[in-house]
Design a protein around this ligand. Structure first.
Ligand code: ZN
Length: 229
């Protein structure tokens, strides 16, 4: 009897909350079924799982999952610059959707270990988390890919978004190193980052890993603008 009353009360309160505070798509603000959901129109608009046609010299393949411009830019900015963790369920939902894609399966199947692009310690302390690790960590485990913090950012760099490709390369030169004892020799390594822009960051990461005899480097980015986006 008590169970029934509780069940009815819960149903009523859930319904009321749904009516007063309906869940909405965090991209276009349309009402959706559940919190964290993205509407089907936005999924169609932002999901773009494709390989970069000309990956940097050190890297075998670069795969992105979503478009950045007119895509996941707003969500990533909230996570990185506003410390807004409420966007995390949506970003994780995006990964869940991407899991079924054949290119995603292909790149994950071919690697031994994943590494996150690290933040400099000072930035990590200020933000409180590495956003890439926060987005991808559980998902990689669920996909059967081991993730390790094998890289360390040794150089403090300014924000890169307003630098030219040449300035980015110069700024990021020797900015990363492989941590002591990391088992990378002979391994196929997946570098995971939130945004892929000119490839300067992952190229420097790849150089450090290759210096320690990593066999092959792949890149997975949550968002990027390729070609005509
Ligand atoms: Zn939407």
């Amino acid at each position: 009897m008590l169970n029934k009353i509780f069940g009815a009360w819960k149903f009523l309160s859930d319904t009321l909350i749904y009516i007063i505070f309906p869940p909405f798509c965090p991209i276009c603000q349309e009402i959706v079924d559940e919190r964290g959901d993205i509407c089907s129109a936005c999924i169609e608009k932002i999901m773009r799982q494709d390989f970069f046609s000309t990956p940097p010299a050190q890297i075998e393949k670069v795969l992105r999952l979503t478009k950045y411009r007119d895509g996941t830019r707003g969500l990533l900015r909230k996570l990185k610059f506003d410390n807004n963790l409420k966007v995390l369920p949506t970003l994780k939902k995006i990964l869940e959707i991407a899991s079924t894609d054949s290119k995603v399966k292909e790149i994950l199947k071919g690697v031994d270990v994943a590494v996150f692009v690290p933040l400099h310690e000072e930035r990590l302390n200020r933000r409180g988390y590495n956003q890439t690790e926060l987005i991808f960590s559980d998902w990689l485990t669920a996909q059967g890919v081991r993730a390790e913090n094998f890289l360390r950012r040794t150089k403090k760099t300014p924000r890169l978004f307003n630098l030219t490709p040449a300035e980015r390369r110069e700024t990021l030169k020797d900015a990363f190193e492989v941590v002591e004892g990391a088992d990378v020799a002979g391994k196929k390594i997946l570098i995971v980052d939130d945004i892929y822009t000119t490839g300067a960051t992952v190229t420097e990461c790849a150089k450090s890993l290759k210096k320690m005899h990593a066999a092959q480097i792949y890149v997975l980015a949550l968002a990027s603008d390729f070609g005509s986006n």
